[in-house]
Design a protein around this ligand. Sequence first.
Ligand code: RAM
Length: 352
Amino acid sequence: MTIRRTRVVATAVLAAVALTLGACAEDTGTGTDAGSGGNPSGTIKEGLKVTFLPKQVNNPYFDTSDNQGGKPAVEEFKGQYAQTGPSEASPSAQVSYINTLSQQGTDVIIIAANDQDAVCGSLTEAKAAGAKVVTYDSDTKPECRDAFVNQATSEGIAQSQLKLISDAVGPEGGEIAILSATANATNQNAWIELMKTELAKPEYSKLKLVATVYGDDQDEKSFQEAQGLLSKYPNLKGIISPTTVGVAAAARYLSGSSYKGKVQLTGLGTPNQMREYVKDGTVKAFALWNPADLGYLAAYTGAALASGIITGKEGEKFTAGKLGEFTLGANGEVLLGDPFEFNASNIDQFNF
Ligand code: RAM
């Protein structure tokens, strides 16, 4: 199911578009640099070897982005799809996988980086060996890859998370905490910094961030960290968990505890993992984008690079199959869209 782009804050519009299929690709570039190095009228080469390297395998979020988004895209342009990666999202765990992909002559490596620096050396070697490197979900430093496919702006994600917890906690406010993924995750760290900026706004003056803890995108550790937050901060009113693994684990903990419905929880979750907790009253609303669209767009971005249609410069344009035309923004960034809000009224319409 494709989620049409819409702002999480525009709830009236949300309800109306929740079921609308079809995507409207957005222009993200300035258009001032026409991207002289690319060939916009070129076509995607057949037979490209495209491999996805997520933060970790066996995470439903990445199963959806890669197997339900990346794979169909690669099949559309007649390439060879694969997914590989570590079972734990630790900073250097992806290095040996990158080296192997490089040795195998992989044309496109699509990576959600566990650390913005730790994978840079091996990615730079892979690029020197001829691979095109696309980051998706979680970026590296820009010089280590050719393009970054961002699921939504970091500002938009931070704003949605704060609005959701503020609405759930209510006007009295109180103490809140963040349960994140790994301490090195580029994406979560960017969102957390911007959540802190957002918290300084007058409308959130009654919310007080008392702790940020890390569940490392492991279910059991995330569960324990949620439990630990409640024992350490008995007045806690809400938790934001901007990770699909963390928010599902925290929901399971709260749902089976006396805090259910009293301590509010929001975050970034998949509808399938969160459905039961929305229905049992543990969670009022949470957000995400469509991970399959993210993987689909990342595959087409890599293919456009490997086919010389784009080179990674701001202003270059390419077509990403059913998602339409995209324009590269500053630092080779391609933007998928806006975060989307899931709640009791729409969660049954989604299956991922
Ligand atoms: C987890 C990962 C991923 C993040 C989502 C929201 O699956 O940490 O990087 O984007 O949550």
